[in-house]
Ligand binder design. Sequence first.
Ligand SMILES: O=C(O)CCC(=O)C(=O)O
Length: 284
Amino acid sequence: MARSEFNYSAPFTVTEEMKESFDEKGYVLIRGLLEKDELHKIKSALEESEEIQGNSFITDDNEGRKSRVTIWCQPGNDVTGMLSRSQRVAGTSAELLGGEVYHYHSKLMMKEARTGGRFVWHQDYGYWYKNGILYPDMMSVFVAIDKCEKANGCLQILEGSHKCGRIEHGRVGGQTGADIDRVEQLKTRLPLKYVELNPGDGIFFHCNVLHTSCANVSDNRRWVFIACYNKASNDPVIEHHFPRYNKLDIVNDNAIRECTNFSDMDGKAFMDPAANKTIQASRG
Ligand SMILES: O=C(O)CCC(=O)C(=O)O
C-alpha cells in the first residue's frame, strides 16, 4: 500500500506513489507544502485584507458555536490567488485528477479559539452534486494556516471513503450533512484519521472523501485555506453560485514568493452567502 504522507521539496513533482495514495486512500498529505516565508505572506494577506475579512459570513453549528468563512469564486492576482493558481496546488490537483482543472472556489475557514464551530460529516460532492456537476471529478486542497490539532478542531477523514460513491446528504442544522447511519456503518470498516497539521502543511483530497471537524475547544485559533478544483471536462450543466469552466492561468511556484500584492483583491468575486442554497449563513 502506498504511503500517504510526503515531505515537500522544490522543485515539486507528483510521483506515482502520490497518485496511488490519492486513488487508493482518497488523499495525499504534503508536509511543508508552503515554506515559512510563503506561509507568512499568505497569512498576512488573509489577516490584513479588508475584503477577505469584510466578506466573511457566519456558519452556526447549532451547538452554540460558530465559524467564520470567506469564499471567493476566482483566484485573483494577490498572493492568495498565486497559491490557488500555483503549479504546486492547481497543477498537482490536475495531475491527481488526471486532466486540466479550473478553479471552483477558494475559501478561508476561521475557527476562532473557544468559539469556532464543528462541521458535520459530509462529502464535498454531497452538495456540489446539487450544482449540476455530473461527475465526482473534483477535489480540495486544505492548507493549514495555523497549527491544526484535535483540540482546535482539525480535519478528520474516513480513509478510502471516496470509493463508496456519493452518500445521501440532507440538512443538519444549517449545514449539509451525510446520512449519519451510513457514516457510522462506514466507520466500522474504514480508518478514521485525525489530520493534524503544522502551519504550511497541506492535504489534497478527493471530493467523495467523508470528512468532518470538531469545535475548537482550545485557546488556539484554527484558520485554514482551502482551494477547490473541478475538472475542465466536468463543466456544470447549470449556472449556479460557483463558476462554470473558465481557463485557469496556472503560475510557476515562485509566484507566491515573488508576489507583492497583498491588498488588491480585484476580480476575486467574493460569494454572497444568500446566493448559495447549500448553506445557511449570516453576515459576520
Ligand atoms: O474547516 C473545516 O474543518 C472543514 C471544512 C470543510 O469540511 C469543507 O469546507 O468542506
